[in-house]
Design a protein around this ligand. Sequence first.
Ligand code: PGA
Ligand code: ZN
Length: 429
Amino acid sequence: MKTAIHSVHAREILDSRGNPTVEVDVTLKDGTTGRASVPSGASTGIHEAVELRDNTFRYRGTGVARAVNHVDVDIASVILGIDALNQTLVDKAMLELDGTPNKSKLGANAILGVSLAVARAGANACNMPLFRYLGGTTACRLPVPMFNILNGGVHANWQGTDIQEFMIAPIGAPNFKEALRWGAEIYHHLKKLLHDEGYSVNVGDEGGFVPALKRNADALEFIVKAIEGAGYRPSEDVVLAIDPASSGFYEDGLYHLHTENRKIDAAEMIAMYECWVANYPISLLEDGLAEDDWDGWKLLNKKLGHKIEIVGDDIFVTNVERIARGIEENIANAVLIKPNQIGTLTETIAAVRMTHNADWGAMVSHRSGETTDSFIADFTVALDTGHLKAGAPCRGERVEKYNQLLRIEELLGESAIFAGRRNVLPRAS
Ligand code: PGA
Ligand code: ZN
């Protein structure tokens, strides 16, 4: 069999924060290769699959030599000889070898690196672009890019807003290429506005600016001004999205807004979001409440779920068991999809399918620690998720995802469709 896995080899590389991560090379019997690397979060959900770190003197404990060894020795022993085109079987073999509920034995970083590299090798063996190999011949819809242009929370060392991410989504653009231009122009306009007001224009982990604003809502004001200043219409052309990553400031049942020196409960958080949604063109709220605040989420979805997209990240962790509970209890209307939260391509696809079957939205996402691997760009088109968040239109590891989407749009030519207003953020229109 030409596409049988012939060898698998991992190495420790650095991510965008200068921390070690796993890169995997897979070679098939016919000599075809596939390479993938694994990102890493900072505001990591407690229910995520385990990212295995060495905890030795190397790299101040963050080394991934054990995960690398698990790929080269343990995983190799169970996947060599399997057909790379049989992704499910490859992933199943790794899941069985690990045998734990959260991949703590082998490490989700080891398993995912192999899973994605096998998919790449499969695509290469079939001489197909990755998005087509994964999504089939009808995969042709480019996502709305969700540009994270103002960073706070842990991604900004708590030097900026409590809210971790303020994003803009150019839903009115005619195609992806224009959406990217609009996003970059607004990003640069925001830089000028912040600079003119005396704020720092240094950037956070995902490339957004980190001004030391007094109130979280000031960020929304600045962004609306930047959209207008760049010549676009807030709401018609460009909408806003926020990810407070609120598990990061949830303690003892209260949400601690350090910037504003306030501690408030879930109901007050929801009231704050309602006020923001009434006053700013916000179409999406991710992780508005903490990862185990199920009652709060239920209320949040009741109050705002008919108006905007309510996305669960840390609460669902791309895990079908948690997503199924969320659907059952009607606590959101969309799921953030991060392959490394769950650890295999097969399980990530299952999460998207469950989400779509419930008529919920799915938003694919990078992590704050990234590599230049653009797998998620192809994945987004393949799974037709309609939107992708991959950080600011700035920094190599972020723009590589957006640049890959430009290439995909070019390759699709006339058959390319841009998700835009009608097909994404349905609850906003
Ligand atoms: P992380 O943040 O990659 O640092 O976990 C991203 C997010 O919260 O969406
Ligand atoms: Zn998030």
